[in-house]
Design a protein around this ligand. Sequence first.
Ligand SMILES: Nc1ncnc2c1ncn2[C@@H]1O[C@H](COP(=O)(O)OP(=O)(O)OP(=O)(O)O)[C@@H](O)[C@H]1O
Ligand SMILES: [Mg+2]
Length: 411
Amino acid sequence: MEELNLNQNLRWRQARVFSCKKRFIIVVAGRRWGKTRLALWWLVVNAFSGQNRLCYYIAPNYRQAKRIAWGVLKKLVPIGARCHTSEQELSIKLANGSVIELHGADRPDSLRGVGLDFVVLDEFASMDPDTWPVVVRPMLADRRGRALFIGTPRSYDHFYDLYMAAKLKEENWARFHCRTDEGGYVMANELATVKAEIGSKRFKQEFEASFETLQARVYHEFDRERNVMELELLPDAPVLVGMDFNINPMAAIVAQRAGEQIQVFDEIVLTNSNTPEMMREINRRYAGRHGVVHPDPSGVARKTSAPVGKTDFRIIEEAGWTVFPAKQYKVVDRINTVNAKLCNAQGQRRLLISPKCRNLIKALDGLTYKNGTKIPDKTSGLDHVTDALGYLLMGLFPTTGPNWGSTPVSV
Ligand SMILES: Nc1ncnc2c1ncn2[C@@H]1O[C@H](COP(=O)(O)OP(=O)(O)OP(=O)(O)O)[C@@H](O)[C@H]1O
Ligand SMILES: [Mg+2]
């Protein structure tokens, strides 16, 4: 049997990924960094290193798998080491019984029904978000299979979520970040030319593998690495609630002050709901605590999410909470205040958020302005929970007076 040529001259960073023994590996890398080649090599070596292993390479679609990976795979696996090659099935069976197959995520039915030992998801951002949790992850369960996710960022999408979540699960997960220039397969002068052609934002995404949105982000100071951390409810601190009255969803965030920090440790997002239901949920979670609710100030006489006859504010008071007497202000001030607390001019981050506030985190990352305007794009539905946060901060740090954005109000 012909031996596998292990001398693949992997670049330093490719080699680091390659030698990582974690069960799940995420590689976020720039264009032409060498992602596909590394991913296939990882699959091939794992197929060789045990008998009867089932190894899948998955591209976003079948045609892509055939076009970008089939030729490379055949070059990596010596003919003498193969026992069968099917051009039809895009599969290679090795003499040791292991099988390597290429698939497209666009045909999920061709994937189901088998247990896998190793899987590569190449250009993961271009796949349907359900591909991993619904289709591929269950296939790894019986054989305790391993997965390599690799790709160039697209935006704050499922690839980003997975990359960020992996940070908190270090026991099984490893993540790598690699710029194109670190791959060494694109010359520096070519990179400079491309940058001039496509602009720096797109260049950051495509070649520096940075998660970007190409539209302007509303909460541009939010940084998941720096504003998100584990938080605990202090025993005696008043509970502070920011609340957006909306039927679908009705949103509230729950916070406390800790020194100069505002710590958001919980969120409540209820679909098809109303104010009494929200107050019941708050009282259920925070039984015996007292605090202040900072509602949307425009809701002073509103009954939209309340049953007929009572205002939203009245319902909050009847549930045992104080309603903060907020004044009206401009939306732009609210957004500026949130950004200033996320990170001020001195680089201080005074607004911290618990990782369990998933809706809020997603919204702070993903809410953008409508193209070419300063109007937040509400079609995404991400704005309600960030509005709730804004109402709280505007109550605590009103934008009037000389110390705009920094004057605390006692609660
Ligand atoms: N270890 C290696 N040894 C030799 N050549 C390599 C190696 N890794 C990558 N290359 C070469 O670098 C080029 C880019 O590799 P590859 O297609 O794997 O990159 P990619 O990051 O998947 O690109 P894309 O962003 O277009 O999907 C190819 O020509 C490939 O042959
Ligand atoms: Mg590729």
